[in-house]
Design a protein around this ligand. Sequence first.
Ligand SMILES: [Zn+2]
Length: 106
Amino acid sequence: MEDIKRGVEDLQKKLERVEDSNVKEVLNGILSLLGSIDTILDEFSDQISVIDEDLSELESSYQTDEGFVSVKCVHCGEEFFVAASDYRDGSEVVCPNCGEINIIRL
Ligand SMILES: [Zn+2]
């Protein structure tokens, strides 16, 4: 996001040298929109951080729950949890990431 802020500031300085008022008006509008987009991206970034923390907490709570077993997908490498009752030799579990079936081998 800092790159966008710096880029907008840089363009605003260059815009001061533009003499055509119509062009200046349009470019000012575009820079203003870029500033708004940057603000929205900052907000999204903050929200994603919060969601990421929530997911980490959720993941830790599953890892400590003895009712689930961690499985690594043989197709995409994603680690996910299956209920211990489904964790039997030969049982098929669907990877939540790629949708492929993994067959449990104990
Ligand atoms: Zn997968």
